[in-house]
Design a protein around this ligand. Sequence first.
Ligand SMILES: [Zn+2]
Length: 120
Amino acid sequence: MLPGNKSARGDMKHKPKKPFVPDERQETVRKNIISVLEGQPLSAREISGIVKIPEKAAYDHLQHIQKTVSRRGLRLIVAPSECKKCGFVFEKREKLRKPGKCPECRNEAITDPVFSIKSI
Ligand SMILES: [Zn+2]
């Protein structure tokens, strides 16, 4: 291990406008999400209801949590979406957000991915 091995890369790719929310509050929201997910697996919609944030914001937080939670010895587990018609499982999907359509049968009834947090 190298001493002073910092990863201080600015991975801000496409965020021209930010919502006016102080970072401290964002951290609190993330901590809340982590603690509810340690207790039970939930979809982004359910998280948004519990933590009182929009569903879209829940996905943004989950993405951040997925990248950073390993520092605390935890891991975000994603149970993938499934097509309700043919049972296709979106296993290789990199995005957390629910897909719009099944690539197999074009059906739009897709289950929500379900998130949980486990220790590594
Ligand atoms: Zn399908």
